[in-house]
Design a binder for this molecule. Structure first.
Ligand SMILES: *Cc1c(COP(=O)(O)O)cnc(C)c1O
Length: 388
Protein backbone atom coordinates (compact mmCIF):
# COMPACT_ATOMS: atom_id res chain seq x y z
CA UNK A 1 0.00 0.00 0.00
CA UNK A 2 1.13 3.50 -0.78
CA UNK A 3 0.09 5.63 2.19
CA UNK A 4 0.45 9.15 0.92
CA UNK A 5 0.49 11.77 3.66
CA UNK A 6 -1.34 15.06 3.14
CA UNK A 7 0.37 18.22 1.91
CA UNK A 8 -0.54 19.68 5.28
CA UNK A 9 1.46 17.03 7.08
CA UNK A 10 4.34 17.20 4.62
CA UNK A 11 4.56 20.95 5.13
CA UNK A 12 5.02 20.63 8.91
CA UNK A 13 8.57 21.08 10.13
CA UNK A 14 9.80 18.35 12.51
CA UNK A 15 8.90 19.22 16.11
CA UNK A 16 12.19 20.57 17.42
CA UNK A 17 12.13 19.02 20.85
CA UNK A 18 11.63 15.54 19.43
CA UNK A 19 14.95 15.89 17.59
CA UNK A 20 16.75 17.21 20.65
CA UNK A 21 15.22 14.47 22.75
CA UNK A 22 16.59 11.84 20.35
CA UNK A 23 20.12 13.23 20.69
CA UNK A 24 19.70 13.41 24.46
CA UNK A 25 18.46 9.81 24.72
CA UNK A 26 21.39 8.62 22.65
CA UNK A 27 23.81 10.40 25.01
CA UNK A 28 22.07 8.93 28.08
CA UNK A 29 22.12 5.45 26.50
CA UNK A 30 25.85 6.00 26.05
CA UNK A 31 26.14 6.33 29.85
CA UNK A 32 26.53 10.12 30.03
CA UNK A 33 25.29 12.21 32.96
CA UNK A 34 23.13 14.72 31.11
CA UNK A 35 21.97 18.08 32.46
CA UNK A 36 18.85 19.09 30.55
CA UNK A 37 18.44 22.82 30.02
CA UNK A 38 16.49 22.08 26.85
CA UNK A 39 12.73 21.81 27.09
CA UNK A 40 10.93 24.25 29.41
CA UNK A 41 9.20 21.88 31.80
CA UNK A 42 9.21 22.76 35.53
CA UNK A 43 11.39 20.20 37.36
CA UNK A 44 9.43 20.19 40.61
CA UNK A 45 6.17 18.26 41.01
CA UNK A 46 2.73 19.85 41.15
CA UNK A 47 1.57 21.55 44.39
CA UNK A 48 0.12 19.23 47.06
CA UNK A 49 -3.11 21.25 47.30
CA UNK A 50 -3.77 20.62 43.60
CA UNK A 51 -3.05 16.89 43.87
CA UNK A 52 -5.35 16.57 46.91
CA UNK A 53 -8.04 18.48 45.07
CA UNK A 54 -7.86 16.11 42.08
CA UNK A 55 -7.89 13.00 44.32
CA UNK A 56 -11.05 14.21 45.99
CA UNK A 57 -12.72 15.21 42.72
CA UNK A 58 -11.92 11.79 41.24
CA UNK A 59 -14.03 10.10 43.94
CA UNK A 60 -17.16 11.91 42.81
CA UNK A 61 -18.92 10.01 40.00
CA UNK A 62 -20.56 13.17 38.71
CA UNK A 63 -17.09 14.20 37.50
CA UNK A 64 -16.67 11.06 35.40
CA UNK A 65 -18.84 11.99 32.44
CA UNK A 66 -18.16 13.84 29.23
CA UNK A 67 -17.28 17.34 30.33
CA UNK A 68 -19.06 20.42 29.00
CA UNK A 69 -17.19 21.60 25.92
CA UNK A 70 -16.66 25.15 27.13
CA UNK A 71 -15.58 24.23 30.67
CA UNK A 72 -17.60 23.98 33.89
CA UNK A 73 -19.25 27.15 35.09
CA UNK A 74 -17.24 26.88 38.34
CA UNK A 75 -13.93 26.86 36.46
CA UNK A 76 -15.00 29.74 34.19
CA UNK A 77 -16.22 31.77 37.20
CA UNK A 78 -12.86 31.18 38.88
CA UNK A 79 -11.03 32.38 35.77
CA UNK A 80 -13.21 35.50 35.71
CA UNK A 81 -12.35 36.24 39.37
CA UNK A 82 -8.66 35.53 38.88
CA UNK A 83 -8.50 37.84 35.83
CA UNK A 84 -10.20 40.59 37.75
CA UNK A 85 -7.93 40.30 40.80
CA UNK A 86 -4.71 39.75 38.89
CA UNK A 87 -5.14 42.09 35.91
CA UNK A 88 -8.14 44.30 36.66
CA UNK A 89 -9.89 42.92 33.57
CA UNK A 90 -13.61 42.03 33.64
CA UNK A 91 -14.86 39.06 31.66
CA UNK A 92 -18.24 37.48 31.02
CA UNK A 93 -17.63 33.86 32.05
CA UNK A 94 -20.51 32.64 29.86
CA UNK A 95 -19.16 34.05 26.60
CA UNK A 96 -15.62 35.29 27.03
CA UNK A 97 -13.91 32.34 28.72
CA UNK A 98 -13.14 28.87 27.33
CA UNK A 99 -11.36 25.94 29.01
CA UNK A 100 -8.60 24.28 26.98
CA UNK A 101 -6.75 20.98 27.13
CA UNK A 102 -3.58 22.99 27.74
CA UNK A 103 -3.10 26.32 26.00
CA UNK A 104 -1.13 24.62 23.21
CA UNK A 105 -4.34 22.89 22.18
CA UNK A 106 -6.24 26.18 21.73
CA UNK A 107 -3.29 27.98 20.17
CA UNK A 108 -2.88 25.29 17.51
CA UNK A 109 -6.61 24.80 16.83
CA UNK A 110 -7.36 28.52 16.51
CA UNK A 111 -6.29 28.84 12.82
CA UNK A 112 -8.83 26.15 11.87
CA UNK A 113 -11.51 28.64 12.85
CA UNK A 114 -10.12 31.74 11.14
CA UNK A 115 -7.68 30.83 8.36
CA UNK A 116 -8.68 29.71 4.88
CA UNK A 117 -6.13 27.92 2.70
CA UNK A 118 -3.69 30.50 1.39
CA UNK A 119 -4.42 33.05 4.12
CA UNK A 120 -1.65 34.23 6.37
CA UNK A 121 -0.77 34.10 10.08
CA UNK A 122 1.73 36.69 11.26
CA UNK A 123 4.02 34.84 13.61
CA UNK A 124 6.97 36.05 15.69
CA UNK A 125 10.32 34.53 14.79
CA UNK A 126 11.81 32.85 16.80
CA UNK A 127 8.68 31.48 18.49
CA UNK A 128 6.89 28.73 20.33
CA UNK A 129 6.36 26.22 17.45
CA UNK A 130 2.53 25.67 17.58
CA UNK A 131 1.79 29.14 16.10
CA UNK A 132 3.36 27.85 12.90
CA UNK A 133 2.18 24.25 13.19
CA UNK A 134 -1.45 25.24 13.75
CA UNK A 135 -1.38 27.60 10.78
CA UNK A 136 0.14 25.00 8.44
CA UNK A 137 -2.34 22.32 9.56
CA UNK A 138 -5.15 24.73 8.65
CA UNK A 139 -3.68 25.16 5.17
CA UNK A 140 -2.50 28.67 5.98
CA UNK A 141 0.77 30.40 5.27
CA UNK A 142 3.19 31.50 7.99
CA UNK A 143 4.69 34.96 7.68
CA UNK A 144 7.60 35.39 10.08
CA UNK A 145 7.99 38.65 11.99
CA UNK A 146 11.64 38.76 13.09
CA UNK A 147 12.23 39.55 16.78
CA UNK A 148 15.51 41.43 16.91
CA UNK A 149 17.56 42.33 19.94
CA UNK A 150 18.01 45.94 18.76
CA UNK A 151 14.20 46.25 18.77
CA UNK A 152 13.89 44.70 22.26
CA UNK A 153 12.58 41.52 20.63
CA UNK A 154 9.34 43.21 19.54
CA UNK A 155 8.09 42.63 15.99
CA UNK A 156 8.37 45.61 13.63
CA UNK A 157 4.72 45.75 12.58
CA UNK A 158 5.29 48.73 10.28
CA UNK A 159 7.68 46.74 8.09
CA UNK A 160 5.14 44.08 7.07
CA UNK A 161 4.39 44.45 3.35
CA UNK A 162 0.95 45.46 2.09
CA UNK A 163 0.41 42.34 -0.02
CA UNK A 164 1.10 40.18 3.05
CA UNK A 165 -1.28 42.25 5.19
CA UNK A 166 -4.03 41.84 2.61
CA UNK A 167 -3.93 38.06 3.09
CA UNK A 168 -3.25 38.16 6.83
CA UNK A 169 -5.99 37.12 9.23
CA UNK A 170 -4.21 36.23 12.46
CA UNK A 171 -1.48 37.92 14.49
CA UNK A 172 0.27 35.91 17.22
CA UNK A 173 2.15 37.70 19.96
CA UNK A 174 3.71 36.33 23.16
CA UNK A 175 4.96 38.36 26.15
CA UNK A 176 6.73 37.52 28.38
CA UNK A 177 8.29 35.85 25.37
CA UNK A 178 9.49 32.34 24.77
CA UNK A 179 12.30 31.95 23.76
CA UNK A 180 13.76 35.50 24.00
CA UNK A 181 12.45 36.14 27.56
CA UNK A 182 11.58 39.70 26.44
CA UNK A 183 8.74 41.56 28.16
CA UNK A 184 6.69 44.36 26.64
CA UNK A 185 5.17 47.61 27.82
CA UNK A 186 1.50 48.51 27.60
CA UNK A 187 2.34 50.80 24.66
CA UNK A 188 3.20 47.80 22.50
CA UNK A 189 -0.19 46.21 23.20
CA UNK A 190 -1.83 49.53 22.28
CA UNK A 191 0.07 49.58 18.98
CA UNK A 192 -1.06 46.01 18.31
CA UNK A 193 -4.72 46.91 18.88
CA UNK A 194 -4.45 49.88 16.50
CA UNK A 195 -2.65 47.79 13.90
CA UNK A 196 -5.17 44.95 14.17
CA UNK A 197 -8.11 47.32 13.75
CA UNK A 198 -6.51 48.99 10.75
CA UNK A 199 -5.76 45.72 8.97
CA UNK A 200 -8.69 43.64 10.18
CA UNK A 201 -6.55 41.13 12.06
CA UNK A 202 -7.43 38.78 14.89
CA UNK A 203 -4.91 38.94 17.73
CA UNK A 204 -3.86 35.89 19.74
CA UNK A 205 -1.77 36.86 22.75
CA UNK A 206 -0.02 33.93 24.41
CA UNK A 207 0.44 34.81 28.09
CA UNK A 208 1.74 31.43 29.27
CA UNK A 209 4.52 33.15 31.27
CA UNK A 210 2.54 36.04 32.75
CA UNK A 211 3.14 34.68 36.26
CA UNK A 212 6.80 33.69 35.98
CA UNK A 213 8.59 36.99 36.63
CA UNK A 214 11.39 38.30 38.81
CA UNK A 215 12.64 41.25 40.82
CA UNK A 216 9.08 42.32 41.63
CA UNK A 217 8.05 42.70 37.97
CA UNK A 218 4.39 41.86 37.18
CA UNK A 219 3.53 41.38 33.49
CA UNK A 220 0.22 42.91 32.35
CA UNK A 221 -2.66 41.50 30.31
CA UNK A 222 -3.23 42.33 26.64
CA UNK A 223 -6.95 42.46 27.46
CA UNK A 224 -6.36 45.38 29.84
CA UNK A 225 -5.68 47.66 26.88
CA UNK A 226 -8.61 49.68 25.46
CA UNK A 227 -10.11 47.96 22.44
CA UNK A 228 -8.18 44.71 22.91
CA UNK A 229 -11.37 42.74 23.40
CA UNK A 230 -12.64 44.02 20.03
CA UNK A 231 -9.77 42.31 18.23
CA UNK A 232 -8.33 39.54 20.29
CA UNK A 233 -8.00 36.83 22.86
CA UNK A 234 -5.41 35.87 25.44
CA UNK A 235 -4.19 32.34 26.16
CA UNK A 236 -3.22 31.22 29.65
CA UNK A 237 -1.88 28.09 31.16
CA UNK A 238 -1.36 26.77 34.65
CA UNK A 239 1.36 24.50 33.22
CA UNK A 240 4.23 26.87 33.90
CA UNK A 241 2.46 28.79 36.67
CA UNK A 242 1.79 25.77 38.91
CA UNK A 243 4.16 23.04 37.65
CA UNK A 244 1.28 21.29 35.89
CA UNK A 245 2.56 20.63 32.36
CA UNK A 246 1.33 17.03 32.39
CA UNK A 247 -2.22 17.81 33.49
CA UNK A 248 -3.29 19.45 30.24
CA UNK A 249 -5.40 22.35 31.34
CA UNK A 250 -5.39 25.95 30.18
CA UNK A 251 -7.83 28.62 29.04
CA UNK A 252 -8.46 31.40 26.57
CA UNK A 253 -10.31 34.66 27.29
CA UNK A 254 -11.47 37.66 25.33
CA UNK A 255 -13.55 38.46 22.25
CA UNK A 256 -16.81 36.54 22.28
CA UNK A 257 -16.87 35.75 18.54
CA UNK A 258 -13.30 34.53 18.53
CA UNK A 259 -13.94 32.38 21.61
CA UNK A 260 -17.04 30.84 20.01
CA UNK A 261 -15.05 30.11 16.83
CA UNK A 262 -12.41 28.20 18.76
CA UNK A 263 -15.15 26.45 20.77
CA UNK A 264 -16.87 25.29 17.59
CA UNK A 265 -13.65 23.73 16.27
CA UNK A 266 -13.06 22.05 19.61
CA UNK A 267 -16.58 20.66 19.83
CA UNK A 268 -15.83 18.76 16.62
CA UNK A 269 -12.50 17.41 17.83
CA UNK A 270 -12.43 16.93 21.60
CA UNK A 271 -15.10 16.88 24.28
CA UNK A 272 -13.55 19.26 26.76
CA UNK A 273 -11.24 19.07 29.77
CA UNK A 274 -11.79 16.18 32.23
CA UNK A 275 -14.05 17.69 34.90
CA UNK A 276 -11.93 16.47 37.83
CA UNK A 277 -8.95 18.28 36.33
CA UNK A 278 -11.01 21.46 36.06
CA UNK A 279 -11.72 21.15 39.80
CA UNK A 280 -7.95 20.89 40.34
CA UNK A 281 -7.51 23.87 37.99
CA UNK A 282 -9.68 25.97 40.30
CA UNK A 283 -7.43 25.00 43.20
CA UNK A 284 -4.37 25.86 41.11
CA UNK A 285 -5.66 29.39 40.50
CA UNK A 286 -6.53 29.68 44.21
CA UNK A 287 -3.01 28.87 45.33
CA UNK A 288 -1.09 30.31 42.34
CA UNK A 289 0.08 33.43 44.11
CA UNK A 290 1.38 31.59 47.17
CA UNK A 291 3.03 28.89 45.05
CA UNK A 292 4.65 31.44 42.74
CA UNK A 293 5.98 33.45 45.63
CA UNK A 294 8.25 30.49 46.33
CA UNK A 295 8.82 29.16 42.78
CA UNK A 296 9.79 32.52 41.31
CA UNK A 297 12.43 32.89 44.03
CA UNK A 298 13.77 29.47 43.10
CA UNK A 299 13.96 30.38 39.38
CA UNK A 300 15.47 33.76 40.19
CA UNK A 301 18.22 32.15 42.22
CA UNK A 302 19.03 29.70 39.40
CA UNK A 303 18.94 32.57 36.91
CA UNK A 304 21.51 34.45 38.98
CA UNK A 305 23.77 31.39 39.30
CA UNK A 306 23.74 30.82 35.53
CA UNK A 307 23.82 34.37 34.18
CA UNK A 308 26.41 35.64 36.68
CA UNK A 309 28.67 32.70 35.81
CA UNK A 310 28.26 33.18 32.04
CA UNK A 311 29.14 36.86 32.35
CA UNK A 312 32.12 36.02 34.59
CA UNK A 313 33.48 33.74 31.87
CA UNK A 314 33.11 36.53 29.32
CA UNK A 315 29.89 35.23 27.76
CA UNK A 316 27.76 38.39 27.79
CA UNK A 317 24.20 37.49 28.79
CA UNK A 318 21.18 39.52 29.91
CA UNK A 319 19.24 38.62 33.04
CA UNK A 320 15.63 37.81 32.19
CA UNK A 321 12.87 39.80 33.91
CA UNK A 322 10.40 37.00 33.22
CA UNK A 323 10.04 33.41 31.90
CA UNK A 324 12.39 30.64 32.99
CA UNK A 325 14.60 30.97 29.91
CA UNK A 326 17.99 32.51 29.38
CA UNK A 327 18.39 33.61 25.74
CA UNK A 328 21.86 34.58 24.68
CA UNK A 329 24.10 34.96 21.66
CA UNK A 330 26.48 32.06 21.22
CA UNK A 331 30.06 33.00 22.07
CA UNK A 332 32.58 33.75 19.32
CA UNK A 333 33.93 32.23 17.14
CA UNK A 334 30.90 29.89 16.98
CA UNK A 335 28.34 30.74 14.29
CA UNK A 336 25.84 27.91 13.97
CA UNK A 337 23.56 27.44 16.96
CA UNK A 338 22.97 23.77 16.04
CA UNK A 339 26.71 23.01 15.88
CA UNK A 340 27.24 24.88 19.13
CA UNK A 341 24.43 23.03 20.93
CA UNK A 342 25.72 19.70 19.59
CA UNK A 343 29.22 20.55 20.83
CA UNK A 344 27.90 21.48 24.30
CA UNK A 345 25.94 18.21 24.48
CA UNK A 346 28.91 16.18 23.31
CA UNK A 347 31.65 17.82 25.40
CA UNK A 348 29.75 18.95 28.51
CA UNK A 349 26.70 16.68 28.56
CA UNK A 350 24.38 19.69 28.69
CA UNK A 351 21.24 19.95 26.55
CA UNK A 352 20.55 23.47 25.32
CA UNK A 353 18.14 24.60 22.60
CA UNK A 354 19.69 25.95 19.38
CA UNK A 355 17.98 29.24 18.54
CA UNK A 356 17.44 28.37 14.88
CA UNK A 357 15.18 25.50 15.98
CA UNK A 358 12.63 28.13 16.98
CA UNK A 359 12.91 30.18 13.80
CA UNK A 360 15.47 31.58 11.35
CA UNK A 361 15.89 34.78 13.35
CA UNK A 362 16.91 32.65 16.33
CA UNK A 363 20.15 31.69 14.56
CA UNK A 364 23.20 32.78 16.51
CA UNK A 365 21.40 32.32 19.84
CA UNK A 366 20.74 29.51 22.29
CA UNK A 367 18.08 29.06 24.95
CA UNK A 368 18.77 27.58 28.37
CA UNK A 369 15.87 26.67 30.67
CA UNK A 370 16.13 27.32 34.42
CA UNK A 371 14.41 24.03 35.15
CA UNK A 372 17.14 22.17 37.03
CA UNK A 373 18.11 22.53 40.71
CA UNK A 374 20.63 25.10 41.89
CA UNK A 375 23.13 22.28 42.48
CA UNK A 376 22.76 20.96 38.93
CA UNK A 377 22.98 24.52 37.59
CA UNK A 378 26.28 24.97 39.46
CA UNK A 379 27.49 21.69 37.96
CA UNK A 380 26.43 22.87 34.48
CA UNK A 381 28.25 26.16 34.94
CA UNK A 382 31.41 24.31 36.02
CA UNK A 383 31.27 22.11 32.91
CA UNK A 384 30.70 25.09 30.60
CA UNK A 385 33.72 26.86 32.09
CA UNK A 386 35.89 23.88 31.17
CA UNK A 387 34.86 23.72 27.52
CA UNK A 388 34.61 27.41 26.62
C1 LIG B 1 4.66 26.02 27.50
C2 LIG B 1 4.04 27.03 26.62
C3 LIG B 1 2.69 27.01 26.31
C4 LIG B 1 1.71 25.91 26.56
O1 LIG B 1 1.56 25.27 27.61
P1 LIG B 1 0.34 24.29 27.85
O2 LIG B 1 0.96 23.26 28.71
O3 LIG B 1 -0.14 23.73 26.55
O4 LIG B 1 -0.70 25.11 28.51
C5 LIG B 1 2.16 28.04 25.56
N1 LIG B 1 2.93 29.02 25.11
C6 LIG B 1 4.23 29.08 25.36
C7 LIG B 1 5.02 30.21 24.82
C8 LIG B 1 4.85 28.08 26.11
O5 LIG B 1 6.16 28.12 26.31
Amino acid sequence: MDFKTSDRLNNLPPYLFVEIDKAKRKAIAGGKDIIDLGIGDPDEGSPKEVIDSLCKALQDPKNHHYPLDQGTSAFREKIKDWYNERFGVSLDPAKEVLALIGSKEGISHMPLAFINPGEVSLVPDPCYPPYKGGTILAGGIVHAMPLREENDFLPDLGSIKKDILKKARLLYINYPNNPTNAVCEKGFFEDVVKFAKKHNLIVAHDAAYSEVAFDGYKPGSFLKVDGAKDVGVEFHSVSKTCNMTGWRIGFVCGNEKIISGIAKVKSNIDSGVFTAIQVAGITALDIAEKHLGRMNKVYQERRDVLVDALNAMGWKTRKPKATFYVWTRIPKPHKSSIDFAAMVLDKAGIVITPGIGMGDSGEGYVRMALTVSRERMLEAVGRLKKIL
